[in-house]
Design a protein around this ligand. Structure first.
Ligand code: HEC
Ligand code: HEC
Length: 213
């Protein structure tokens, strides 16, 4: 999206009032985020809710990734009853601004791995870092970056995300309920994972740093 204002400026169209392509503004986004805080919290850390619908950490995620997800909720490409009413309140400018705001917040740490046993964490680490060729599961880090902290705007950081949210997303892909990613990359992985493996990788990732320390 960053390229669009530049392109418009080059074409001399930037001042055309019919186009809502002003540069994303994190400060304006902070005001918009007031309606998101009840769930995503004032610091963007979200919340792990055992046995319930966890609220993902947004703090420190890539702005283009966040805005793509908001567009997908809005268009129905990704559906969620909790998000739908809030995303419908946002216009294009507010989506850009709120995405820039959450991306600018310091990343927080994941919850939900407390009390996980050694064997489970070890299995989770194996899946995240090496994969399991006997089940045709590619390592998470091969796409999500060396420490699963994200790679560019396509592969979101999943290290330090809440276990409950990671689990819910893998289960949604496995069931075919989330399918807004390109080429079904996540669906084809999640369908090869057992419930135990989904749990293991979720709790291990939640126990890892969300950004390089
Ligand atoms: C009532 C609680 C609630 C409110 C309020 C809320 N959200 Fe969410 N949000 C959720 C839940 C639950 C999910 C996970 C949904 C799913 O599984 O797809 C989510 C997911 C998201 C995601 C996807 C994150 C990812 O990593 O893919 C983004 C982005 C997001 N919310 C932004 C916002 C913004 C911006 C607002 C305010 C305009 C907002 N949310 C308000 C509950 C809420
Ligand atoms: C072949 C590449 C690839 C591999 C390997 C991969 N992912 Fe992903 N993953 C993606 C892409 C692309 C997305 C973003 C989907 C979108 O844009 O909606 C994603 C998104 C996710 C999300 C959603 C994050 C969020 O904030 O909503 C989770 C959770 C996830 N992956 C977990 C995993 C786990 C766990 C593994 C390893 C078992 C893994 N992924 C391996 C490509 C991959």
């Amino acid at each position: 999206m960053k390229k669009i204002p530049i392109l418009l400026a080059a074409l001399g169209l930037a001042s055309y009032s019919g186009l809502a392509f002003a540069e994303a503004d994190a400060e304006r986004g902070a005001a918009t985020a007031a309606i998101c805080m009840a769930c995503h919290q004032a610091d963007g850390s979200g919340m792990n809710i055992a046995g319930g619908e966890s609220w993902p950490r947004l703090a420190g995620l890539d702005a283009a990734y966040i805005s793509r997800q908001l567009h997908d909720y809005k268009s129905g490409a990704r559906s969620n009853a909790s998000m739908m009413p809030f995303v419908n309140m946002l216009n294009e400018q507010q989506i850009q601004d709120v995405a820039a705001y959450y991306a600018s917040l310091p990343a927080t740490q994941g919850k939900g791995s407390e009390g996980a046993d050694e064997a489970t964490l070890k299995r989770g680490q194996q899946l995240a870092e090496r994969g399991d060729w006997s089940d045709y599961i590619v390592s998470c880090k091969s796409c999500h970056g060396p420490d699963n902290q994200g790679a560019g705007d396509v592969f979101p950081g999943i290290s330090g995300q809440h276990a409950g949210y990671i689990k819910a997303q893998l289960q949604a892909w496995k069931a075919g309920a989330r399918k807004n990613d390109t080429q079904d990359l996540m669906g084809s992985i999640a369908r090869r994972m057992s419930e135990d493996d989904i749990h293991a990788v979720a709790v291990w990732l939640a126990s890892q740093n969300s950004v390089a320390k």
